[in-house]
Design a protein around this ligand. Structure first.
Ligand code: MN
Length: 261
């Protein structure tokens, strides 16, 4: 099996190296990653700048390092860098959970979505951070590789991102895997820190930390908080299907529900 591995934390992230080592048990791993950290960079692609690529050593092999975004990395890998299409795209292990509304900001999830857009089974994998806790990335990566193999054995669906999150404990102590919907809550507190630059001009820096308390039950956020490993299948389609069905029903009934056609 050919695997494309990427992330949004850049070449030097511990989660990336751990995942490369663990995924070698599943197949041949090619790494294409952004040069800089692109966390919370979303699904941006570069259309107004060049995309320089260089090679760098990573965990006993080579990685392609792109001066671009996570989505750039996957697009470029699929169309130019890899000699053949991969069977699987994996993005991670992100330093920080990607649950609830975070998936919309996440470069990790967006890179995996780029694989899904290309019709390739894709995984995003992230680890919840907490003050005083360093995720054991090698153990998490090995546990993820077994989970991914199980999902692939049962037939991973193309066009879907399996968004996997690990709780803030050793995976041997994690509660069982839960398949959950995405929470609609914002699972972090954030605020802007105001400082002055050396010339006395103000600047702001967004500071955030996890806040998982307020989520709906049995969602990715609440299950992760309770110590489960979570799997949430995501698609690119943001359509509100219930509202479409209601609009279609209103048209059939000759109703006036605000539809324009
Ligand atoms: Mn990140």
């Amino acid at each position: 099996m050919r695997i494309l591995l990427t992330n949004d934390d850049g070449l030097h992230a511990a989660g990336l190296a751990a995942l490369r080592r663990a995924l070698a048990s599943l197949g041949e791993v090619s790494v294409v990653v952004p040069m800089r950290e692109c966390s919370a960079g979303g699904h941006a692609i570069s259309t107004a700048s060049a995309l320089p690529v260089r090679e760098a050593p990573l965990a006993g092999g080579l990685a392609h390092v792109v001066d671009g975004t996570p989505a750039d990395c996957v697009k470029l890998a699929l169309s130019e860098i890899l000699p053949a299409p991969p069977d699987l795209v994996v993005s991670g292990i992100n330093h920080g959970a990607n649950v609830g509304i975070c998936v919309l900001y996440s470069g990790t999830v967006s890179a995996a979505l780029e694989g899904a857009i290309a019709g390739i089974p894709s995984f995003a994998v992230s680890a919840l951070l907490r003050d005083g806790f360093s995720p054991p990335f090698d153990a998490i990566a090995r546990r993820f590789a077994r989970l991914a193999a199980d999902i692939l054995d049962r037939g991973a669906r193309p066009g879907v991102v399996y968004n996997v999150n690990f709780p803030d404990r050793h995976p041997a102590k994690a509660r069982p895997v839960r398949w959950t919907p995405q929470s609609r809550t914002v699972p972090f507190h954030d605020h802007y820190v105001r400082r002055l630059d050396p010339r006395g001009r103000p600047y702001y820096w967004l500071k955030e930390h996890p806040a998982l308390e307020k989520a709906e039950p049995d969602t990715d956020v609440s299950c992760l908080r309770r110590g489960h490993v979570t799997v949430t299948p995501l698609t690119c389609d943001l359509t509100h299907h219930d509202l479409l069905r209601a609009a279609a029903a209103a048209r059939r009934d000759g109703g006036r529900h605000g539809t324009t056609s």
